[in-house]
Design a protein around this ligand. Structure first.
Ligand SMILES: [Fe+2]
Ligand SMILES: [Fe+2]
Length: 162
């Protein structure tokens, strides 16, 4: 495994921080709204929207658009969800059991089930997309062959004329 550059690591950390700020402000908005403070709730939501843009700025550098295909994005999503339900949450669950935190155990169980569902749904989308890519490649091949036929004919005609 090649070592990640410090700037890539910092971009990942900054992306995580902005993403957390986004969700935290959404949550704080919910709390403020429930307390009847609509103005503060809106302020949190407006700031949360800006944090999304900050996070996107980091993602532009982490996943350059010219390298990120839809298929690759689906693979990354499957990887992330699979990591959650096969490694991260089972480990967290185990430690929550040891600490006797039943609320956390129950929540982790829910998240395990949902991450698994997400991974499976993404995989289904990827498989469907792969079929579409294959069909598209066939059409491209047909076009390429048709062009090649024309080119061969033109070449043959030119040879005859020469
Ligand atoms: Fe920010
Ligand atoms: Fe998920």
């Amino acid at each position: 495994m090649d070592k990640k550059s410090i700037t890539i690591q910092n971009l990942e950390a900054a992306f995580a921080g902005e993403s957390m700020a986004h969700i935290k402000y959404r949550y704080f908005a919910k709390v403020a709204r429930a307390a009847g403070d609509e103005e503060t709730a809106r302020h949190f939501e407006a700031t949360a929207d800006q944090e999304v843009q900050h996070a996107f700025g980091h993602l532009d550098l982490l996943y350059p658009k010219d390298k990120l295909t839809t298929a690759r994005a689906l693979e990354l999503a499957i990887e992330g969800e699979t990591y959650e339900y096969t490694e991260m949450y089972p480990k967290f669950r185990h430690l929550a059991v040891e600490e006797g935190n039943q609320a956390a155990v129950a929540e982790f169980d829910e998240q395990i089930a949902e991450s698994k569902e997400h991974a499976e749904a993404f995989r289904a989308v990827l498989e469907k997309a792969a079929k579409r890519f294959a069909a598209l490649a066939k059409v491209e091949e047909k076009h390429a062959n048709a062009y090649k036929d024309v080119l061969d004919r033109v070449n043959a005609m030119m040879k005859k004329a020469a």
